[in-house]
Ligand binder design. Sequence first.
Ligand code: NAD
Length: 309
Amino acid sequence: MSCKVVLAQGISVSYREELKNTIKTRNICPKLVGFLANEDPAAAKYAEWTAKTCAETGVEFELRKCSRNDLEDKIIEANQDAGVNGIMVYYPVFGDRQDQYLQNVVDVSKDVEGLHHKYVYNMYHNIRFLDEAKTKKCIIPCTPLGLVKVMEYVGVYNGILPHGNRLHGRVVTIINRSEIVGRPLAALLANDGAKVYSVDINGIQEFHRGVGLQLKKHEVSETTLTVEDVLPLSDVVITGVPSPSYKVPSHLIRDGAVCINFSTFKNFDGDEIKKKAAIYVPAVGKVTVAMLERNLVRLYDYQAQDRVS
Ligand code: NAD
């Protein structure tokens, strides 16, 4: 078996070192507040992890627990507190459209997760900067951004092509089309030039920028293709199915593919996938947290710029 297993820890090292150096050499201490308003053990674990990583890099992290009915007021309080540079909420809280409302209550200038409508809109429309002078990059949601960084690290992005086209010619299947990860990821990768098959429980959509990347931003078309059709065509397979029983059928994976799992459950059969994949990334959580901190430092700088101007 010649499969190379690449761990998130290794991928995140350079980002964490860079953050650590920036924070130390500039003698700054950005503050991130995380709101925990649910009883989900996975959220508590994620919060624990965030706290640990922040302590290592020099970010001040404060976890604030509250009831879900108090959450909106608590977010507004943090929005108004100049000592808080970034805000995140551990979702799901209500598990319905109220969560989407809360994502927009977080002030756009403090939204480290990039879930505010403005950022989401810009991402789908391939608008990469917040200002006309192109000095402020848009904030991109942490998990999709982390997955982009994983793909850069393992060499799926082709560095000799210009930025924005570096996935031209790549075919990617993403098994998950949630609003938090799968759909934004499909849009980001298609905006960067990939042909993406986006799979969910109801079917498959194709995201692409057309032949020769003639379109400025991706478009989406419905397909009648099945997983049996798209997996053998895919250079990269990314999966995030939130179920312990789901397994990507290894026999359909192209020989030499890159396989990445972001679900908390193991969506690939570890032994089988190693017989087929060239590169296997079993989890990405540590890269996600590094992106969260990177977004925080970016927002810290934008806030400082806004205070001066
Ligand atoms: P979700 O429930 O909102 O979405 C699940 C998606 O998977 C949906 O699009 C659904 O249609 C699709 N799906 C489910 N079963 C399928 C099947 N059998 N075939 C094809 N598609 C199927 O979940 P989510 O918020 O996107 O999270 C998914 C997983 O990713 C969870 O395990 C979550 O914990 C994990 N996650 C990880 C990170 C990280 O940074 N590592 C971040 C966010 C979420």
